[in-house]
Design a protein around this ligand. Structure first.
Ligand code: URA
Length: 234
């Protein structure tokens, strides 16, 4: 990472303030004064600012079990607490959510400060699959289930969208319980897909994003850092 970027992350300086401080000779890397803001800081370097050691928090990759009645945003509203404010974590303002869920949806949420990584999770170009466990208001009989599975597999028209949904996978576990896997993340997509099919979603839980499943040991509100192997899935 460039020294000016490192300085912004390690101490709360703007990029310009960091560049000025570096040019003035306020930073040393491994004991040497560095005045070039573009100097590359290696992962194991010892960086000092005004003779005190400073460190970045590094890039963070987190999974959370989102509870009901919380929102996927960086700040709370009057009605709901945000998932980020549920976490006791240093520098929460640097984090964002890679793929939001509605307030009444529970399950797997990924939180990071790495914009390129979250782009791979959410961008339609990567078609990363998301698995949802769905509870429906109306029971769906066996022959209707087949017809729904076929419609979803082809793609369905959603109200006010100009393109049909991408082919998706639907599996029924009972007349009112099914699993839907979609490779997009349009606004309220699952609820709108079932509305277009003449039903209503009354319970929604995200169980998987790509190959990454929600850790069963995480209770609602709990979170943990992803392992390096999990980060590398995206
Ligand atoms: N689709 C929805 O309708 N809601 C969600 O929270 C996620 C997907």
């Amino acid at each position: 990472m460039r020294l000016d970027k490192y300085a912004c992350e390690a101490i709360d300086l703007t990029r310009n303030e960091a560049k000025k401080a570096i040019k003035k000779g306020c930073f040393t890397v491994d004991g040497e004064v560095i005045t070039n803001p573009a100097f590359k800081v290696t992962a194991d370097a010892n960086v000092e600012y005004l003779e005190e050691q400073v460190e970045t928090v590094g890039q963070r990759y987190i999974m959370m079990h989102k509870p009901i009645d919380t929102i996927c945003s960086t700040s709370d509203t009057e009605a709901y607490q945000s998932v980020i404010s549920l976490m006791e974590i240093d520098k929460p303002e640097r984090l964002h959510i890679a793929g939001r869920l509605d307030a009444d949806t529970t399950g797997l949420v990924l939180i990071t400060d790495d914009g390129k990584w979250s782009h791979r999770v959410t961008s339609p170009n990567y078609q990363c699959e998301k698995l949802y466990i769905v509870e429906l208001a109306e029971p769906v009989l066996a022959d209707e289930q087949l017809s729904m599975i076929e419609k979803v597999a082809v793609g369905i028209d959603l109200k006010s969208d100009d393109k049909p949904t991408l082919p998706a996978k639907l599996k029924f576990n009972s007349p009112q319980h099914c699993e839907l896997t979609i490779a997009e993340g349009r606004y309220h997509q699952v609820k709108r897909m079932f509305a277009a099919l003449g039903n209503k979603v009354v319970g929604l839980h995200r169980a998987k994003i790509g190959e990454l499943g929600l850790d069963d040991e995480l209770e609602p509100c709990e979170w943990r850092y992803l392992t390096d192997d999990e980060v590398a899935l995206f």
